[in-house]
Ligand binder design. Structure first.
Ligand code: NDP
Length: 407
């Protein structure tokens, strides 16, 4: 029977998911794109129709309201809800899916608007309700989290008996020409980057000051880049699911202009997420800043350069120490040519579509709430190859590293 797909969120990532679902319409069937601002959905639907010949239905929904969501999911008769709105909406959308008995997928863990926690606790807590409703929830099906989790599962399945250390390496060498802009939602991006760093070693989380640890990694097809240790949400589930793990860290590259602007904004209080009084009105500094910054969805046309995201893993196979590096390189301009979005939205939206495709096709099945590394990585890795995110594996000697010293 023809499937019904509901996509919620019409930002940079929603645009890519809409395009890619339309390009795989045999699986996704009738597609509805809904967001708070329906005109954004209409613009995307017009572009998708022009480029692919597929017609999307559009709708307006406030995804903070479970009532509105239930009404829409019921009306659309959705088989799956792909949530690419903001992390603030994860729980309401999950609860609406439970009420309607419909499968759920997202790309980022739930966040409360007033406190940045970056944890899966509240979503994992819905596991029993998902099981009871006989539905599946797939959490974090973007690139990181998402593909990075699948890379770890693939390394575990095919290359190691035990993985001892993992470094997740996220490099965006794209240039949009603005002195300061964020490649995805500014609030979420700046919260993540300005938070304290954290990594996991020997069973414990170790906290660092923001950006306190810097290493230079040599990224294939991009070159050597200064990379900073951040906390990133996929580490929370990976420490539960990867056998024998002793340490996991996450590094992301930042240019000097980005860091200088961010420090300055932080110093003057513009990254605050608590309300302040301004001329008798209450405003949240970070929300106001997001209003001033370029819309990430508008960066596509002007961004040049490449992204390279991957995992660098060390461990043992048949008693011998080994090291592998699995990575994916995307070109911002090629992404734009294909779906009118820059590489960061593209590398998030394609895996969201692939996760949903595997669910609809019954290749990834389960009742309850799951993280990506809990499933067989092979079908996902095969889809990446054909859906626009081809990857490579580099096998290195036990002591080889991609870490370099930059003068
Ligand atoms: P944008 O800010 O570009 O878009 C967010 C969209 O969500 C907008 O269309 C907005 O609608 C909509 N939205 C916000 N609030 C509501 C609401 N209450 N009801 C309905 N719709 C709402 O964000 P991105 O596209 O850049 O990011 C989307 C998601 O992808 C985020 O959760 C982000 O954290 C995640 N992400 C994940 C990555 C990964 O690798 N895992 C990487 C990058 C992003 P409107 O404009 O109409 O208000």
């Amino acid at each position: 029977m023809k499937k019904m797909t509901l996509i919620i969120g019409a930002g940079g990532v929603g645009n890519v998911v809409a395009f890619k679902c339309a390009m795989n319409s045999n699986t996704f069937g009738d597609i509805t794109l809904a967001s708070r601002t329906v005109s954004k959905c209409d613009t995307i639907a017009k572009n998708v129709l022009e480029k692919t010949g597929v017609t999307l239905a559009t709708a307006s929904v406030d995804a903070d309201s479970i009532t509105e969501l239930v009404e829409l999911i019921t009306q659309v008769k959705a088989d799956i809800v792909i949530n690419v709105a903001l992390p603030y909406q994860d729980l309401t959308i999950m609860d609406a899916c439970i009420q309607c008995g419909v499968d759920y997928l997202d790309t980022a863990n739930y966040e409360h608007p007033d406190t940045a926690k970056f944890e899966y606790k509240e979503q994992w807590a819905r596991d029993a309700e998902f099981q009871k409703a006989n539905i599946m929830g797939l959490l974090g099906s973007g690139f990181d989290p998402g593909v990075t989790n699948v890379f770890c599962a693939y390394a575990q399945k095919h290359y190691f008996d035990e993985i001892h250390t993992i470094d997740i390496l996220d490099c965006n060498a794209g240039d949009h020409g603005y002195p300061f802009a964020t490649n995805f939602n500014p609030e979420i991006n700046l919260r993540e980057v300005s938070a304290k760093g954290r990594y996991w070693e020997n069973g414990k989380w170790i906290e660092t000051e923001p950006m306190a640890i810097k290493q230079v990694w040599d990224y294939p097809e991009v070159g050597a880049k200064e990379s900073y240790l951040l906390y990133h949400e996929e580490m929370e589930s990976l420490v539960k699911h990867i056998k024998g793990l002793k340490r996991i860290r996450f590094f992301m590259t930042f240019g000097q202009s980005y860091l200088t602007h961010m420090k300055c904004l932080e110093n003057v209080g513009m990254l605050g997420i608590k309300e302040v009084e301004h001329k008798g009105m209450k405003i949240v500094p970070m929300e106001f800043l997001a209003t001033l910054l370029p819309d990430p969805a508008s960066l596509g046309e002007r961004t040049k350069g490449k992204t390279n995201i991957g995992i660098f893993a060390k461990g043992i196979k048949d008693g011998i120490e080994k090291t592998i590096y699995i990575y994916q390189v995307s070109d911002h301009e090629k992404c734009y040519q294909e779906v009118m979005s820059q590489g960061v939205s593209y590398t998030t939206g394609v895996p969201a579509m692939i996760g949903a495709k595997l669910m609809l096709e019954g290749k990834w099945q389960g009742k309850g709430v799951f993280n990506m590394e809990e499933f067989d990585p092979d079908p996902f890795m095969e889809e990446l190859m054909v859906q626009g995110l081809p990857w490579k594996v580099m096998e290195l000697g036990a002591d080889e590293s991609r870490e370099v010293t930059m003068r």
